[in-house]
Ligand binder design. Sequence first.
Ligand code: ME8
Length: 642
Amino acid sequence: MEENKKYYITTPIYYPSGDFHVGTCYCTLMADTLARYKRLRGYDVFFMTGTDEHGQKIEEKAKAKGITPKEYVDEFVARAKDLWKVLDISYDKYIRTTDEEHVAAVQKIFKKLYDQGDIYKGEYKGLYCTPCESFWTETQLVDGKCPDCGREVKEVKEESYFFKLSKYQDRLLKYYEEHPEFLEPEKRKNEMIKNFFDKGLEDLCVTRTTIDWGITVPFDPKHTVYVWLDALTNYINGLGYTTSNDAMMKKFWPADVHLVGKEIFRFHAIIWPAILMALDLPLPKKIFGHGWLLVNGKKISKSFGNYKDPRVYINATSVDALRYYLMKEVTFGEDGNFSEELFVERINSDLSNDLGNLVSRVTTMVEKYNGGVIVKKEELPLEDIDKDLIDTAKAMIPNVEEYMDNLKTNEAMAEIWKLISKANKYIDLSAPWVLAKEGNTDRLNQVLYNLVECIRIAAVPLQMCFVDTPKKIFAQIGVGDKETTWDSAKEFGTLKDGTKVSRGEILFPRLEMSDELFKVEDEEAPKVEGKPQITIDELDKVELKVGQIKSVEKIPKAKKLYKLEVDVGEKELRTIVSGMVPYYKEEELLGKQIVVVTNLKPAKLCGIESNGMLLAAGDEDVVKLLVLDNNEGVLENGTNIH
Ligand code: ME8
């Protein structure tokens, strides 16, 4: 392997909130396709993905589930890794921000930046969006709300450490100018410069005192490191930065490309290079901000209720079908659409009709007319249709390389399809069945050779995106390892005389759109908030009763917790600890008839044993208790709820 043929590619590290949908799979698949492409070209590839596991949101979600944040993220990571296995994602490292090495590295980086004066202590006054974990200035708000998610922001004031982002403004602008390839697509770069640099960069708050679930500042432990300094440094910490074992860092840094979604592009384009400048490290070669996958014009995301579980589509088709769809449907840097109809249409036209039919027609003909054997004879002159086909085949790999090197994965796929379409047309133009009927064996052999050779050449770059199909094709056309390498696809005529072809299973059966096609089987149901579907018997295990709140007391030291005494129709009142302080005043709770889970295992919260749980709805800012609509005691306390 040549020394300079190294390639380091990353995806964002994902938040463990909700399960992955086809939208979140897109970036990982794109990275996987690029990693496979580089490996095929003989590069030593390091592909890293992972999870961004700290923050208030995780702390709250874990609490809502009655588990610790670590348990919550562990569960998520197990599911994430499971999905990446199903999708055959070939990552080399899965980094978690709760990994000991990452935590230690963040602390060292923080201390270094503090010691050299790039981080200082100050007071933060600002507007905070809890769901996005983002601070905003007044001018950035849209209609007084978070510009990213449109939700309410809260005013907060607290002691914080700041990173001197403003100090790097001029150096950043100069760098963008001198390295036009650094930020892509161009329009996103220009938009970002206009929105953030025109107003001037502000120093960045990098710690919080109100979030426990985070990496503590080593010399001031009441502070935890706040999101971006923790998250962004994963890209170097995953290579062993700050450790004595920095061989990977030496080998792979700077990264070749960070792939990120468009909404987090600016953090990667501004904060990350500034941190690297402060650490005196080279900057990544490219940061690419991709578009979103949309359903009915809206970003796929759980909160919009258009959640799509990738497993549903894989079960109805195959891993390769979903991988192809995602690589084909999203154009370089733009948004792409996802709908079940589009998915079916794309699979039927490109995979069943074009690719599948080509392989099946050609292998059938070789079996029928030539007993499954390829005959290579070079004495016959080429006809115009042969020349045209061979020219297309020879041009394909250089064109695919050009597109892939510029991250245009969908155009690279289209380039392969040009050859596939041309080969299908060539069948019609050369009409092998007529040649067979006429007994024109030499021309028939020549035509069949050209067709099988085209299939081989097309299947080589398919290995970037497809994980099973190329193997199946190679087996059907009887080619060995040497004829499946990247470089072998640059030559026309590599296929050997006497190659044995045997028709195999249909590669992509046609899909019929129906209500049944994407039906979710019980055991493979899409998970909502990480919970699998349950049976009625399992539901029956939960005991729900009408309860009435008889006393309410704030728990000193706990910001959100009340100690409640609740009458659930038993001799004694139940003590239940509930995080309702931000949402209800004491007097609002007193006397309310509510829904209580009465058979929940007791748990100690702030030293108080809690015996049960109140049911409530909502997330983050708004939480409402489930209250009986007739609150006059028509139903007795302790009544069962079904
Ligand atoms: O932002 N289509 O994590 P995240 C395409 N932890 N991409 C989508 C998408 C869609 N419908 N929905 C989400 C974070 N994504 C941080 C990153 S990196 C140091 C820290 C993409 O889980 C989104 O654009 O909220 C983003 O790039 C990625 O999923 C992770 O989002």
